[in-house]
Design a protein around this ligand. Structure first.
Ligand code: RP5
Length: 180
């Protein structure tokens, strides 16, 4: 059993039989409703992933082990979501060369603006690509990872083209109510 398989939580998900190439991690199972938007997108494109809870402040040792094992376990991107003092994406980025995509999860008192600033304001040297607060950010983090992976995968590139074309057609078909 490798390190990533050892981690377990209520949010553990491995839907595809292939070796996960994307790690989806989050600070708490309470982040799952938002982070599910990332895994739904990965699933839609058939990208193998593994989702689990890794808390930076409650599981610091597990976080360090996950980061140390990330590349060798086959991960090529990590989508990390956290809320409040959201240090998980930045810490994970410091622990591995695998690119980290941060998703600010809405928080109870500051609506996720705290999460956004915590993730986006990385000091020079250790970058975290940071997305919008909430569901759109989680979905877009997955789409960005898919775009990155599609640079060396023609099938994925074609799928991404088709996905965008569908969106374009939906927008073109939109109508507004008649003027009063
Ligand atoms: C962060 O604290 C998590 O990412 C979550 O967004 C937030 C609250 O966690 P819970 O108290 O709901 O477990 O670590």
């Amino acid at each position: 059993m490798n390190q990533t398989e050892k981690q377990s939580s209520a949010a553990d998900k491995t839907p595809h039989s292939g070796q996960p190439v994307v790690g989806v991690i989050m600070g708490s199972s309470s982040d799952w409703d938002v982070m599910k938007n990332a895994t739904d997108m990965l699933e839609q494109f058939g990208v193998p992933y593994k989702a689990q809870v890794i808390s930076a402040h409650r599981m610091p040792q597990d976080m360090a082990e996950y980061g140390a094992a990330a590349y060798d376990s086959g991960l090529r991107a990590i989508i990390a979501g956290a809320g409040g003092a959201a240090h998980l994406p930045g810490m994970m980025a410091a622990l591995t060369e695998v690119p980290v995509f941060g998703v600010p999860v809405p928080s109870r008192y500051l609506r996720g603006e705290d999460s956004l600033l915590s993730i986006v304001q990385m000091p020079k040297g250790i970058p975290v690509a940071t997305f919008a607060i909430g569901e759109a950010g989680a979905a877009n983090a997955a789409l960005h990872v898919i775009a990155m992976l599609s640079m060396t995968n023609a099938t994925l590139r074609e799928q991404l083209r088709a996905f965008r074309e569908k969106q374009t057609n939906t927008a073109r078909a939109m109508t507004l109510p008649p003027a009063p």
